[in-house]
Every structure is written in C-alpha cells, then in structure tokens.
Design a binder for this molecule. Structure first.
Ligand code: PEP
Length: 262
C-alpha cells in the first residue's frame, strides 16, 4: 500500500436544490477535520458548483476546510460552439481541482466510449484538473466471466497515450455497474481482485513504480457499514460515493474508515 493518498469523492449526480447543496457542503466541511488523513472531494451538479465553492470558501484553488471541488463531466475542447457543455478551464475557474470522467451513467446513457473518455481525461489533465476516470463491468459481463477483459479494455482505451505523469495526476475509479445505486456492494475480495488487476495494467502502461502511486477508488453502494472492510484491502485507496454522499454524516463516516486505514 505504501504511501498512497486516501481520497473519497462524493458524486451528487442530479440531486438536491441549491440550499440543500450548500447545507451539505457546509456539513462536510465542518466535519472534515475528523478524517484528516483522507482527502475529500465534492462533485455537485454543475449549476451549483459556484454555490458550493462559496460554501467551501474556496479561493484560487485553496480550501480552508481541505475539501476539494470536482465536476461530474466536462467537454474535451477548450471553448467554442458546444451548446450546454462546460470547458475544463471553466471548472478550474470556478474552483474545481478534479472532474469525474466516464462515469458508467455517461457511458451508457450518453454514449461515451473509451475514446471519448480518453479525450476528456487528457483535456482535464491539460487544464490542470485531476480526472477521476471510471471503469467497471455490467452484471451480464461479470456473469459471463468477462470482468477482467472488459476492465482491461476500458483501462487501455481510456488511458491510451498517458505518460507516467498523466497517470499519477489521475485517479482511477473501479465501479462495477451492477453495484451502482443498487445496494449490492462488491465483496472486498471481488473489489480487491479487480483493483490489483487494474494496478497491474497501469504498470504495463507505464512502470511498476508509477502504478504503485496511483489512487484507485472503489465505487458501488459504499456505505458507512461496508467502507471499513473495503478500506482494509491492499489496493483500495478510496471511494467514489453516490447515494451515501448525500448525507454529510454518512459521507464523513465513510471517509473516516479510509483515513483510519491509511
Ligand atoms: C456512483 O454513482 O458513482 C456510485 C457509486 O453510486 P452509489 O454509491 O449510489 O452506488
């Protein structure tokens, strides 16, 4: 496990109103010192990024509470005629330090391929954002014993052309699609097995030393009562949390497990 950082990110998806988003950010910020060894990132709906940046008192990327801000999606171009899209530099401008890229909902509902995820991740890196690059198999793929092949293809495609510096400036999130929002969490053994495989592939892409530095998060029905056992696995360095990130106490309790495992 070495000295890898612990990072827990909350994906609020398309939930909450502005007042609720501000209250949630304030709640997380006020409890963040209880899990100081674990970095926290909040990814609100883009329309509330400014309100949450304000609630976190972010100024030029500095966060007094230590809680970072992330986007849920971005466009791969720096600017232009792309109605409804958000450029990487705009996320930086509003106070983000990271952005989720290739979440399974983007892949399945919005047609994002590995090639698109690759372009977006590179655009994020070029702007100075940490891409949180998501991969994971469907239930059907797992049942057909294709998990390793699917995840390998996603990793190789999404990270094509990455340098060691690109890789260490990124976060990988392993999110089995069948565990997202379903209450079915992967067993610690299932998750660890895929995390170890991903780390092996990162070493193939670059080298072992680089691969050992990359933070690999698990995502899929992470809750306070299963976070401890996940956090104790050798290659699980954090979590990407959906549902449980909508309650400050639950999100902080999850982060505390990762802080204690560090
Ligand atoms: C997610 O959307 O990335 C996620 C993991 O959701 P949940 O925690 O609700 O399963």
């Amino acid at each position: 496990m070495g000295t890898r950082r612990r990072i827990v990110a909350g994906n609020w998806k398309m939930n909450l109103d502005r007042a609720e988003a501000v209250a949630l950010a304030e709640g997380v910020a006020s409890g963040a010192n209880s899990c100081a060894n674990c970095s926290l990132i909040l990814c609100p709906p883009s329309i509330y990024l400014a309100a949450v940046a304000n609630a976190l008192k972010l100024s030029k990327g500095n966060s007094p509470s230590g809680v970072g801000l992330g986007g849920q999606n971005l466009h791969n171009q720096p600017k232009g005629a792309f109605t409804g899209e958000i450029a990487p530099a705009m996320l930086i401008d509003i106070g983000c330090s990271s952005c989720i890229v290739g979440h399974s909902e983007r892949r399945t509902l919005f047609g994002e391929t590995d090639a698109i995820v690759n372009e977006k991740a590179k655009a994020a890196l070029a702007a100075g954002l940490t891409p949180i690059i998501c991969v994971g198999e469907t239930l059907e793929e797992r049942e057909q014993d294709r998990t390793a092949a699917v995840v390998t293809e996603q990793i190789m495609g999404s990270l094509e052309g990455f340098t060691p510096a690109d890789l260490t400036a990124s976060i990988i999130a392993y999110e089995p699609v069948w565990a997202i929002g379903t209450g079915k969490v992967a067993t610690p053994e299932q998750a660890q097995e895929v995390h170890a495989l991903i780390r092996q592939q990162l070493a193939t892409l670059t080298d072992e030393e680089t691969a050992n530095q990359v933070v690999i998060q698990y995502g899929g029905s992470v809750k306070p009562d299963n976070a401890g056992i996940l956090a104790s696995q050798q290659d699980i360095d954090g979590a990407l949390v959906g549902g449980a990130s909508l309650k400050a106490d639950d999100f902080l309790a999850i982060a505390k497990h990762f802080a204690e495992a560090s």
